[in-house]
Design a protein around this ligand. Sequence first.
Ligand SMILES: [Zn+2]
Length: 128
Amino acid sequence: MCADCATPIRTYQYRFHPPESASYERCIGFFWCPECRVYQSQMVHVSRKLELVDVLGPLPEDERDRIRKPDHVLVAYLDSLARQGVTWEPRPAPPGLPGPPPDTDAPRRRKRGHRTAHRRWTGRPPRP
Ligand SMILES: [Zn+2]
């Protein structure tokens, strides 16, 4: 609720880290009052179990860039969508989304070593 006019606050969040990133859940959130036309943006935490709707997704690339750049243009655009009845409630993420990276490069480092020392051979040793 807006402290000044008691209108329900509108919100929008978007992700800017890829799903493979450990920072995937750190998102940009916008909060605004459609009456007072004031907005705020801040870092928000959104579980990776939720899929955020990218309302700019269907737009052509240059159109998206034009809207996204200054925050107030984005908020004005979002607010106009909301007035048309467009919603962007987060929904459960589909299964199979890549998780956060496992313990980064530890396994990769372990692979290197003295391979020759443990070289295997095929075939059975001759029996006496
Ligand atoms: Zn207000």
